[in-house]
Design a protein around this ligand. Structure first.
Ligand SMILES: C[S@@+](CC[C@H](N)C(=O)[O-])C[C@H]1O[C@@H](n2cnc3c(N)ncnc32)[C@H](O)[C@@H]1O
Length: 362
């Protein structure tokens, strides 16, 4: 929390004059989530200088800080050191204790998603109002994060949805933006008769995934954009896992039009995605599932906060078109002849949701 609070403060200091547009709105939500209520010109100059030193030089003169702010600064440095350790096992942290334990968790991929997210969100420091951030990450960076998210968070719920929705029938599945093919792998292991089609726009990723399934007769992987994909086949299930934020609203309209032509009569869309600002919906979901313990509430509380930073990143980084917005997406589904048939949390934090939709008026 402290880490993202420092970044929110830094961005406020660096962006005293912001434009009134959707990005600024998301920035304000991000700031609010981390308790940054002051405007740039109201922030004490000593604190402002400390924040700048911390973000730009990873150091701070603790004597200029209150006890609370010292702790926040310390936590910021700890997270930065953890990211450095993740990238370089030889890195010698100054503040991080129990380094062997962290190293072992890193080696077992237990913190992949969280550390990479911290690494990603550090890039927010480059945001200047009115401009997109130029992402320094390779095209495959987010696909790798998707791989980790699947392994550590969303796989159990996905398997549960498959078995509840389709029993053990052979199914024909299209995975749009399949990345390394994690969901394809899971479907084929669950039902070896399932016929899979994966689409991946990045050629190196598509090649890796093609090699992974080279011996699987039922898997076809194409290096193409969904918009260029042509087929006469119909699919029982179409997957969009962490892919919609690559598309503009106009593209999403076109996409849904296209999906209508690809779905079998009783076919389903299954979307795995996170949306900021839907806390009431999540509480409703958790209560309906009898899953609203104190631990769960705490996990949801922190997850929701991080989500505001992540949505702001999706809105501002040039890799993405825009952050996914729940109400806009729900409206778009409905106006394109789809109806949401089920919503579940995709992970225990209720960070992402699995949204199932069916066609109406078929
Ligand atoms: C964040 S990754 C998620 C990968 C995978 N679905 C998962 O959840 O593990 C999104 C993937 O969608 C791919 N992608 C983006 N636009 C696409 C398009 N128009 N057609 C096909 N794939 C696309 C990206 O290259 C990337 O590999």
């Amino acid at each position: 929390m402290s880490y993202l609070k420092v970044l929110a403060l830094y961005l406020e200091i660096k962006n005293p004059n912001k434009n009134q547009n959707q990005t600024t709105e998301l920035f304000n939500e991000f700031k609010a989530a981390f308790g940054v209520r002051k405007l740039a010109n109201e922030i004490n100059p000593n604190l402002a200088q400390a924040v700048i030193n911390l973000v730009e030089n990873n150091q701070v003169d603790v004597n200029t800080l209150s006890t609370d702010n010292r702790l926040i600064a310390k936590h910021f440095i700890l997270v930065r050191e953890l990211v450095s350790l993740y990238r370089n096992a030889q890195f010698k942290p100054n503040k991080l204790k129990q380094v062997a334990r962290w190293k072992s968790m890193i080696a077992r991929d237990q913190l992949d998603y969280e550390i990479r997210l911290a690494e990603t969100l550090f890039e927010l420091r480059h945001w200047r109002a009115g401009h997109k951030i130029k992402s320094p990450f390779s095209e495959s960076y987010y696909s790798e994060s998707g791989r980790n998210a699947f392994k550590n968070f969303t796989k159990p719920k996905f398997m549960q949805i498959l078995s509840e929705t389709f029993a053990q029938q052979p199914i024909h599945v299209l995975d749009v933006g399949c990345g390394y093919g994690n969901y394809i792998d899971a479907v084929t292991k669950w039902n070896p008769n399932a016929k899979m089609m994966g689409l991946e726009i990045q050629s190196d990723l598509a090649e890796t995934a093609q090699a992974r399934f080279a011996s699987s007769e039922n898997v076809d992987l194409q290096n193409t954009s969904i918009f260029d994909f042509e087929t006469d086949e119909k699919f029982d299930l179409v997957l969009f896992n962490y892919v919609l934020f690559y598309f503009s609203n106009e593209q999403k309209q076109a996409l849904l039009e296209k999906i209508k032509t690809l779905l079998a009569p009783n076919g389903k869309l299954l979307i795995c995605q996170y949306y900021a600002g839907i806390e009431p919906l999540k509480v409703e979901l958790a209560k309906a599932q009898n899953d609203y313990s104190l631990t769960r509430q705490i996990e949801m509380f922190y997850g929701n906060k991080v989500l505001y930073a992540n949505a702001f990143w999706n809105q501002t980084a040039d890799t993405f078109s825009e952050a996914e917005n729940w109400e806009r997406f729900e409206t778009m589904l409905n106006s394109n002849g789809f109806q949401i048939s089920n919503i579940t949390n995709a992970d225990r934090f209720y960070y992402s949701l699995f949204v199932e939709a069916i066609r109406i008026n078929v």
